[in-house]
Design a protein around this ligand. Sequence first.
Ligand code: SF4
Length: 228
Amino acid sequence: MPVVPPVELPLPQRRRAARVILRRLHKLYPEMSTALDYADPWQLLVSTVLSAQTTDDNVNRVTPELFDRWPTPEDLAVARPEDVEEVIFSTGFYRQKTKSVLSLAADLVERFEGQVPRDLEALVTLKGVGRKTASVVLAEVWDDPAIAVDTHVKRVSQRLGLTTNDDPVKIEHDLRDLYLESTWSGISMRFIQFGRDVCDARKPHCWECPVRDRCPYAPKTRRPRVGR
Ligand code: SF4
């Protein structure tokens, strides 16, 4: 099934559709925030790094011990890698993730006195922090205008005709162009949840989709018949 709709709507039409879509997703998900548990920007930053290739629940199972043993960036920067690996083991890719969070902690201490900067350009200079992670932290912690583009945001945006791009940075710019800045921080989490619940990667539930009439994606799926 094609992911990118073949026809790009003119900008005014796309803007109108984009706003209707977001309004309906607000209705579907009135309150949205990350499922990752965190007490401060530092904890969300680390948890977001750990959430790669695993579920938020898995991350939430290990972070209480992680932050209990190494509460600050200063503590984690000097932790023994073997000890950290043991704690975060169940999140998968534990060796790489340990390296990432240890160097992130050291970098934060060295260049930002252990304080998470509230600035996208500064955040992405931190070791192991990409644009997506930085945007999650900015939007979640401070409600700052930022749009994180992950695999769900990308798929949903493409199917809904909000972008014809494939590159996450270009998709982010397309979304910024369609939406008022005051709404940016509420976009990613809703698109992600909608992508998980309804606009599934392999089998979108088009028959129960609240934005079906605004979606150029074809072919739409039908409700599966029971017993077949
Ligand atoms: S109609 Fe189908 S493809 Fe389009 S947004 Fe809804 S679930 Fe996704």
